[in-house]
Design a protein around this ligand. Structure first.
Ligand SMILES: [Zn+2]
Ligand SMILES: [Zn+2]
Length: 253
């Protein structure tokens, strides 16, 4: 299982980084988590074959997490994809994603591959990509939102997508080798962050401590790099093994 960060900012993109999305490969197959920025370009920059994407997980229906979906599907079609693409999301997100695809009449493209829309019922579903098992769970974010645990052998990656700090996590979120957690600001901004369903760097570090993670990578960051440095300092003071993301580079144990 190899994780790649394809984008790392919150709603506003930076000079180098686009909105947060991830790719995770296992046995030559790929899981894409959210679809923003230029997804095909980002996969290529990570040396991942875009046609190896078997499953797209959409965490929630906020614009910064799925606006690039029509372009992803359109480019895969032009690249000659024939295999089905599975898109997993909650019911509310699937409705928005299907409307986006309908806007561009993608289903009417000649010979286009099939999309299997898979509803994550009651916030839980199990999917497999390569040798990797994916478990979904709900996180608090104002609208229905999914987090996920990825497991291959004894290796575990946990992604806490857009979410505010709750102190309450499912059993599968414990003891990750790598915890990827959102952080939209620092502790003094927590009131504002909580209102919009987000976490501070301090709260992300607290989650890493509580969940006994080995390593913490912060994502969904403010676009200003100086501000990102403040977030890193704040989280590192609590949880030493904290990092800012390195885009398009492999994370593996
Ligand atoms: Zn977001
Ligand atoms: Zn969001």
């Amino acid at each position: 299982m190899i994780v790649y960060v394809l984008g790392s900012t919150g709603s506003i993109q930076g000079r180098e980084a686009s909105n947060t999305s991830l790719a995770v490969t296992s046995a030559g197959r790929t899981l894409l988590i959210d679809v923003s920025g230029s997804p095909i370009q980002a996969l290529k920059r990570s040396n991942i074959d875009p046609l190896s994407v078997d499953v797209l997980l959409l965490t929630h229906a906020h614009i910064d997490h799925l606006y690039a979906l029509p372009s992803l599907i359109h480019q895969m079609w032009l690249m000659g994809r024939t295999a089905d693409l599975t898109i997993v999301a909650n019911k509310e997100t699937i409705e928005v994603a299907q409307s986006l695809c309908a806007l561009f009449s993608l289903a009417e493209k000649r010979g286009i591959f099939a999309v299997n829309w898979q509803v994550a019922e009651e916030g839980r579903a199990a999917v497999t990509v390569g040798k990797m098992a994916i478990t979904l769970f709900s996180v608090p974010h104002g609208i229905p939102t999914l987090g996920c645990t990825l497991e291959e052998g004894d290796e575990k990656v946990v992604y806490l997508a857009d979410c505010k700090s709750s102190g309450s996590y499912p059993p599968c979120a414990w003891k990750a080798d790598l915890l990827i957690h959102e952080a939209g600001g620092v502790a003094e901004e927590e009131e504002r962050l909580m209102k919009s369903g987000h976490s501070s760097a301090r709260q992300a570090a607290e989650a890493a401590l509580l969940l006994e993670a080995q390593r913490l990578v912060l994502v969904h960051l403010p676009c200003d790099e100086g501000e990102q440095g403040r977030l890193l300092s704040e989280a590192s003071a609590l949880f030493g093994a904290t990092e800012l993301p390195r885009l398009f580079e492999p994370y593996q144990r």
